[in-house]
Design a protein around this ligand. Structure first.
Ligand SMILES: Cc1ncc(COP(=O)(O)O)c(C=O)c1O
Length: 317
């Protein structure tokens, strides 16, 4: 395991932790576009998403600081992937986990969390993440056994991407990197990874992918889109410090087409935000010199989207 919180000897940690992080960086040659995109395969983390990193980092840190006790209950508001990751890491560490989730998150995610033994509470999606975040704060104020990872504000979320995701990319892709492209949910990935990459490459472009239907960085109102996991109707505190060169808007339709293309042309079973990131990466590459190397993130696995538009073409037959 390579989380920043892992200063403890590895023998004291459950075996799960050896599986988190150190994901491959794959070169994807897009022949039609004449561009190669470099993609960090975060969907290979054990619960299937980039969120395994923050779950391990935050819970191990809390354990080391004595904030997690045997009777603790871990409570978090999440679009799904963080809930799955916390449920998995909580199970490995022997802690109870309760997840508050918008009622629009895919049913597969709910099944996975329950499979790891977590308890779920759904809330109406109308007010985005803010509703769920307020609910978790009220619960913690009323019960001292509750530990809140606070993925939206916790600096460890971003710091782990500085020390691991970013450093791994630098090791895996020596030489110049022209741009890094990522969507934002909590902003942890963009914040931390961009800081690590910019420290090594001062002229790198940092591009925030956002759904065209919820392009908040572009000054538009958040609305309904099909790119689960990003732009949840709320601009998170971790996004405030990110120095973004430009936002790249991607429609849900374009994201879905690219996600299917990644499966059919590259055999990559990834979720819709990965397709959206690759669309934004290709558009970024088109704005840069021909040899510019653009890096992006394949955030999660496709299997948690069977009930969504991503697999609608299969449901018709
Ligand atoms: C599928 C997916 N893609 C992208 C992201 C964005 O990650 P971050 O929270 O680090 O901004 C998330 C997380 O919310 C996600 O679940």
């Amino acid at each position: 395991m390579n989380s920043s919180a892992l200063s403890a000897p590895s023998t004291t940690l459950p075996p799960l932790f050896a599986l988190i992080g150190r994901t491959p960086l794959v070169a994807l040659p897009f022949h039609a576009e004449g561009v190669t995109i470099y993609a960090k395969a975060e969907f290979l983390n054990p619960s299937g998403s980039i969120k395994d990193r923050l779950a391990a980092s935050i819970l191990l840190d809390a354990r080391e600081r004595g904030l997690l006790r045997p009777d603790s209950l871990i409570v978090e508001c999440t679009s799904g992937n963080t809930g799955i990751a916390l449920a998995m890491v909580g199970a490995a560490l022997g802690h109870r986990v309760k997840i508050l989730m918008s009622d629009t998150a895919s049913v597969e995610r709910r099944h996975l969390m329950r499979h790891f033994g977590a308890e779920l509470q759904l809330f109406k999606a109308d007010r985005g993440y803010l509703t769920g975040i307020e609910m978790t704060e009220e619960m913690a104020a009323a019960d001292p056994r509750i530990f809140l990872p606070r993925q939206f504000a916790n600096p460890l979320n971003a710091q782990d991407h500085v020390e691991h995701t970013g450093r791994e990319i630098l090791e895996q892709l020596p030489g110049p990197i022209a741009a890094f492209v990522s969507g934002y949910g909590t902003g942890g990935t963009l914040n931390g990874t961009s800081r690590a990459l910019r420290a090594a490459h001062s002229d790198i472009r940092i591009i925030a992918m956002e759904p065209a239907e919820a392009a908040m960085l572009s000054g538009e109102s958040p609305c309904c889109h099909s790119i689960e996991g990003v732009a949840g109707g709320y601009m998170p505190p971790l996004m405030r410090d990110v120095k973004i060169d430009w936002p790249e808007k991607v429609s849900s339709a374009d994201a879905l087409v690219m996600t299917q293309r990644l499966a059919r042309e590259f055999g990559l079973l990834v979720g819709t935000s990965s397709g959206a990131n690759v669309v934004a990466a290709l558009r970024t590459a088109a704005k840069l010199p021909a040899d510019a190397r653009v890096v992006t993130i394949l955030c999660d696995r496709a299997e948690r989207y069977y009930s969504t538009k991503l697999f609608a073409h299969n449901n018709a037959t």
